[in-house]
Structure formats: C-alpha cells, structure tokens
Design a protein around this ligand. Sequence first.
Ligand code: ADP
Ligand code: MG
Length: 362
Amino acid sequence: MDFQEVFGKPPETQASAPGRVNLLGEHTDYNDGFVLPTAIPQGTTVQLSFSSDAYGGLRQRQHHFYSENLNEQVSISDINHSPSGFASYIFGCIELLQKAGYTVPSLCVYVQSSVPMGSGLSSSAALEVATLRALRQLLNLPIDDVEIAQIAQQAEIQYAGVQCGIMDQMASSLADTEHILFLDTRTLERRVMPLPEKAEILVIDSGVPRTLASSGYNQRRAECEEAARSLGVKALRDITDVNLTKTLPEPLQRRARHVVTENNRVLEVLQGVTSERFGELMNASHASLRDDYEVSVPALDILVDILQKTEGVFGARLTGAGFGGASVALVRSGQSKGIATHVLEQYNQAGYNGQILVPALD
Ligand code: ADP
Ligand code: MG
C-alpha cells in the first residue's frame, strides 16, 4: 500500500536518510574517543502530509503513522504520551520539536525502508533522521543537520528507551555513501572526508546472533572505566602513548591497549591514507578486537580471515560491538558483489549462514 492508499490523498513532502556502518573506531565511543562511520546505500524514506484530525473533540493533535515494512498503522494523540514500537521513534521526533518551541500539527506519516532492521546498520537512526528532514521541509524549520542528529539521538533515548551515543544519527545526517564521517565523540568535532580512493564497502552478516552481547558490553565498559581511573585520566581517550598502559594489570592492560591503538588508527586516517593503508588499519583493528578486547567469536574470525585473504579486499574487520553480528570490508570499486559471492561460498561451506547486507542485492 502506498501513501495514497493508506491515507486517501497524496503526500505533501518526503525526505530520505541512509543507514550507516562503522569503518573504524570500535568500542571507542564510550571512552570519549573517535569513530569513522559511513552511510550505506540503503535508506529510509518518510512521506508526510497534514491530517485534519482532532482527538475526541478536545482539539488535541492526532497523528497517523504507517510503516510499509511492518504493514502496521498506529494512530496516536499527543495526550497519549508513550507509544511503543516504531511509533515511539517518530513520536519522539515530533515531541522534541514541540518542546523546542515549534508547532507541529496533526500529521499523516508513511515510512518505507530498505535498511535491514535490527542488523546493526542503524535503521533506527535512518528513521529518525528521515522523519526530521521531512518535518524540516514541511514546516520550514530553521534546524541544521547537526541539530537534526542531536534531536534524533534524544528521540531514541527518551522515547524509544535506547541508551545510544550520537554516532548513528550523526552518520545518517552528515555522511553519504561517498563520504566518511570522522567524529570526536567528546567534543563533537567532526570532519566529512571522501571514501578512500577506488574503494567501496562490503558488509556481510556472520549469521551468528549477538548473544552475550549486552553483558559482555557492560563488562568492557566497566573495565575501561577502571583502567582510566587507575591511569588518573577522565577517559581512555586521554591516553595517546600505548606504553602508558603497561602499568595496568591484566586484563585491563589489553582492554586499554585496544582503545588507545584504535583511537590512534582513526587519527591516522584523518591525516589522509591510501585505500591499502586504510585496509591495513582495518585488519589491525580486527586483531585488536579479537586479541586485546576479546569481543570477537570464531565465526567472525573465520569470515574476516576469508575476506582478508580474498583478492580485491583492502582490509576487513568485525563491525559493531561484536559477540556475533556483521563484518565490514573495504574492497576495490565495482568488485563487492563478486567478492561477496566468493567469500560466502567458502564461509557457508564451513557450516555458517552468512548473508550479504551491503551492497543491497537487487
Ligand atoms: P538497528 O538500528 O540496528 O536497525 P534497532 O533495534 O536500533 O536496530 O532499531 C530497529 C527498530 O527501529 C525496529 O524494531 C523499529 O521499531 C524501528 N524501525 C526502523 N526502521 C523502521 C521501518 N522502516 N518501519 C518501522 N519501524 C522501523
Ligand atoms: Mg539502532
């Protein structure tokens, strides 16, 4: 069903926003460090029109949200403050604009997305950023792309109940598929840079669900806080010389070594590197996540190993928090689909159920 079929009239405006994948800088965000995401080709489109509805004669606003992907429609009034599911992301964006002093009338909202949901490619940020972009257009709001990312993050935290950093929303709002976003998660200093030369992105899911992810994640966070305390700094981001971590007991020493070396890898990219060097840094990141940070699993190690040995691959590593989930590789332009077929053949022969996420298969 399209907008017209759901709401009985055409949309007044529409906007899109992409999903994202993090190329380098893993487990650095909660250490006040640096990240390097890029946008993926898949995106979310939000179409909008005004709705003439008032709620129960009370002249309250009433919104209607429809997701094509879920084939689900939700109607919600603004006295009904806590929707759940996909409506919470959209409602959060609307409510936060109202709290910022903008008047948002009753709306019909139609969502359609090609970003896989819940696979770590940030369909949630794409939904929020597309919603806010569409609202900015419809209502002529004087908000810039950074403000959109900030409102989107708050919508996810306050209305969807997900404690997220700002990386996903900044990437969706500021990056595109030709550009990577360098982001300092402490100062929010950022720089949009072109993707390394003659290269494109390949994301393959390992097929291994991220079990143990949340307990492992919380444990790593606690270890980093303890390491920073022992070293007398606010966050591990304040350590740049890896030798300083040698005074720490294990496993804190290895955990800190990952964070310090990972931040240094991102900063090296900021100086400008070739695709070959970028690939080496991704390979080093994977080794560090596997050996020092211990967030990989055998399936991801096998998948990344196959990728790294494949012709046309500059470098590969696990992406996201680990304990399962996806791999990301930087590969020669135009070769990602061929490489994916070759890699998945070997990987799935080893008994796994890998799947290509980016680029989208048509
Ligand atoms: P990720 O952001 O990695 O895809 P999340 O769990 O953070 O995973 O976000 C997924 C949630 O975002 C979905 O469960 C749904 O509530 C919402 N969402 C994202 N895209 C859509 C969409 N196109 N239609 C409906 N809900 C969506
Ligand atoms: Mg998300």
